[in-house]
Design a protein around this ligand. Structure first.
Ligand code: ADP
Ligand code: 5GP
Length: 194
């Protein structure tokens, strides 16, 4: 059986990564999504085991100590981590798994699975556009938006080390580009089952 691929998408908050990932998942019903562990509380509409595994700080710490996580980071005051069991599920099933993790987490996944992972960095067209999208989304208050924008220079610098960079200016074009990258890295036999 063909070995699966880990498609890792990262971006500064507000770049459109979630929108693009949803469009890709909709196009390929057979594609898997890596469900991360987090200590942040669920947002309205989020489901345990579908969006995240929501853990207490103690439970998360226990997972770190037992070696259950491929990588973990503290982001905006909460802990987030990729579960080894999710990666194993993708590689075992010989399919494509999409990862939505921060830039540092993405580079850690590449280090552990250099031949199985493809890193895609989604870039906003400009800093101003990013700021505007976060304001329009209306999901965070001003202080939280400022905290997210503070990380952008670090994210742009780390994004330069990714396999691919896609500018999300026109959403449709960005989705097509991400789709093309995934197809280029996916065995045709796997593609027919997606
Ligand atoms: P992220 O997951 O990277 O934080 P989202 O996918 O939530 O970002 O997108 C941030 C906001 O920008 C959302 O309101 C989304 O509808 C909007 N958006 C996404 N892509 C575009 C685009 N190409 N042009 C304009 N607005 C966009
Ligand atoms: P949110 O709270 O908006 O869902 O996610 C905040 C940030 O955490 C996003 O940049 C998201 O990509 C990142 N993230 C989600 N899961 C993981 C993970 O398992 N590992 C790492 N390193 N980052 C993650």
């Amino acid at each position: 059986m063909k070995r699966g691929k880990l498609i890792v998408i990262s971006a500064p908050s507000g770049s459109g990564k979630t929108t693009i990932a949803r469009a890709i998942m909709q196009k390929y019903p057979g594609m898997l999504f890596s469900v991360s562990a987090t200590t942040r509380p669920p947002r309205a509409g989020e489901l345990e085991g579908r969006d995240y595994f929501f853990l207490s700080k103690e439970e998360f710490q226990h997972r770190v100590e037992t070696g259950d996580l491929v990588e973990w980071e503290e982001i905006y005051g909460n802990f987030y981590g990729t579960l080894k069991s999710e990666v194993d599920r993708a590689l075992r099933q010989g399919t494509i798994m999409l990862f939505d993790v921060d830039v540092k987490g993405a580079l850690s996944i590449k280090k552990t699975y250099p031949d199985d992972s493809v890193l895609i960095f989604i870039k906003p067209p400009s800093f101003e556009a990013l700021q505007q999208r976060l304001l329009n989304r209306k999901t965070e208050d001003d202080a939280t938006i400022r905290r997210r924008l503070d990380r952008v220079p670090m994210e742009l610098e780390k994004g330069g080390q990714f396999d691919w960079q896609v500018v999300n200016d026109d959403l449709k074009i960005a989705v097509v580009k991400v789709d093309e990258i995934i197809r280029e890295h996916t065995d045709s036999e796997i593609l027919t089952h997606l």
